[in-house]
Design a protein around this ligand. Structure first.
Ligand code: GLN
Length: 473
């Protein structure tokens, strides 16, 4: 594994004058070159990143640098940057160049972050292993025979393999938290509506959120503070004030009420993962937190509800790739209908097609009530489970994933097994609540285990605080 650095330590060195943003950026570019075979990046901003680093060095010297001055950030290739390709890991958008910047990109730039490149991902963010990319799989830097998790595998590996301080990922059903857990880093999915989705290519609009990968909870907090907040270009972004997240990290969990749905930990969990949760609970108790059991009566329906609703929304969002408006157009087509059919058949990969078919099916007349409407009702009940639990507790602890990283190729031919690896992550997206995954030890063969803390809507502070306490164990 390569060297991981926190932005906190780089920041201190920059302020002391013992390094420069240019040197830091050059170091990351060298690490990216060295780790090329991991396939984490789809495009690199080599010269531009260095030029920007020099500008930022001048700002630091002049004492007017922004909050993220010198932070090197990798960006999942589903987020638009003006003048850059945004492939979404798909052949259909292989040569598509974005005409504008996503809101999160504008915010990072205005606080002097350095963007280093765009990262590999499962096609349109559908997947749990980053094996569904049209540009080849990403490998886990801890063990290169294993997947890094998905769909934000490239962003996660960029941070885990020391190729950037932090990275932006997106989490629709776990795509930030599950890879963070598989690679041993921190990954945060904010509350739905906390971060603007303007300029994020939509997968499932009522679930998607952009969030940070980092090597420390403090770095994740710092990045979140910059990207969070209302945006007039996204009507689902909330008008809720953004707190100073770093202030929440006081390493004091005395009196915090922590809920654990022990029921959902009894089956299908790798024993070492369950032991890791137990250890986290002991550590929290030793810090004065109060651990109590909670029940989540509708938990066993979460995967079914998620895969009905997300495919329905995805099938609708992906209808715009028709060979006429965006991206790839088949050269073989002779008329309009053939243009649609051939462009989509040739441009989309297997998993994307599977989900478009599933989604169109659950939305079709005759099946809408039986599947889509029913799943929406279940979503409501799952939201209620969380609401009820949060009457008694401040946050909920669960594993991030039922197992540690699986082998490359192990689940690609078995979509159901692949979907089941999301069992602990999708509930937070169904309910729209924030959740963070932090490293919590390793299994017998040294693979990282992640534990997640789920919080109340717009209460990222509590989970950041608890996660920070746990991460500094
Ligand atoms: N693994 C989940 C899926 O395949 C989550 C994807 C995501 O969060 N983008 O849908």
């Amino acid at each position: 594994m390569t060297h991981q650095t926190t932005f906190e330590s780089t920041r201190a060195a920059l302020l002391r004058g013992s390094t420069t943003a240019e040197a830091v950026t050059a170091g990351y570019l060298a690490a990216i070159e060295k780790g090329k075979h991991l396939n984490a990046f789809l495009s690199l901003f080599h010269d531009r990143a260095l030029a920007r680093a020099r500008e930022i060095d001048a700002k630091i010297a002049g004492g007017h640098a922004g909050k993220l001055a010198g932070m090197v950030v990798a960006v999942k290739d589903v987020i638009c940057m003006k003048g850059e390709r945004v492939t979404c890991g798909s052949r259909i958008l292989q040569n598509f160049v974005s005409p504008y910047d996503a809101t999160v990109i504008g915010r990072l730039l205005s606080e002097d972050a350095i963007l280093i490149g765009k990262t590999n991902m499962d096609e349109f963010a559908m997947g749990s292993s980053t094996e569904n990319s049209a540009f080849g799989p990403v490998l886990n830097p801890v063990d290169e025979t294993r997947v890094p998790g998905g769909s934000s595998g490239g962003s996660c590996v960029a941070v885990a393999a020391g190729m950037a301080h932090t990275a932006l990922g997106t989490d629709t059903g776990g795509s930030i938290r599950q890879p963070a857990s598989f690679c041993g880093i921190v990954g945060l999915k904010p509350t739905y509506g906390r971060v603007s989705r303007y300029g994020l290519v939509a997968l499932s609009s009522s679930f998607d959120q952009i969030g940070p990968f980092a090597n420390s909870v403090a770095d994740a907090a710092r990045l979140l503070e910059v990207i969070a907040g209302h945006d007039e270009n996204d009507s689902t972004s909330a008008r809720v004030p953004v707190p100073r997240y770093l202030d929440a990290l006081d390493k004091n969990v005395a009196g915090v009420n922590v809920g654990v749905p022990f029921d959902v930990l009894r089956e299908g969990v790798q024993p070492e993962v369950r032991e890791a949760v137990e250890k986290v609970l002991d550590h929290l108790r030793s810090g004065g937190a109060i651990v109590r059991e909670i029940s989540m009566p509708h938990f066993r329906y979460t995967i079914s509800a998620y895969y009905i609703l997300m495919t329905a929304e995805a099938s609708s969002n992906l209808a715009r790739y028709d060979g006429a408006r965006y991206g790839y157009r088949s050269q073989k087509a002779k008329d309009l209908v053939e243009t649609y059919v051939r462009s989509r058949s040739e441009g989309f990969g297997e998993e994307t097609k599977r989900r478009i078919m599933l989604g169109t099916y659950v939305l079709s007349a005759g099946y809408y009530d039986a599947y889509y409407r029913k799943a929406q009702k279940v979503r409501r009940l799952i939201q209620k489970d969380f609401f009820d639990a949060f009457q008694a507790v401040d946050c909920i602890v669960m594993p991030t994933a039922p197992t540690t990283a699986f082998l490359v190729g192990e689940k690609v031919d078995d979509p159901l097994q692949m979907y089941l690896s999301d069992v602990y992550t999708v509930s937070a997206n169904l309910a729209g609540v924030p959740a963070i995954s932090v490293p919590a030890g390793q299994d017998r063969v040294g693979l990282p285990i992640g534990v997640q803390f789920i919080g109340k809507q717009f209460d990222e502070q509590t989970i950041l605080k608890v996660a920070d306490y746990e991460h500094s164990r």
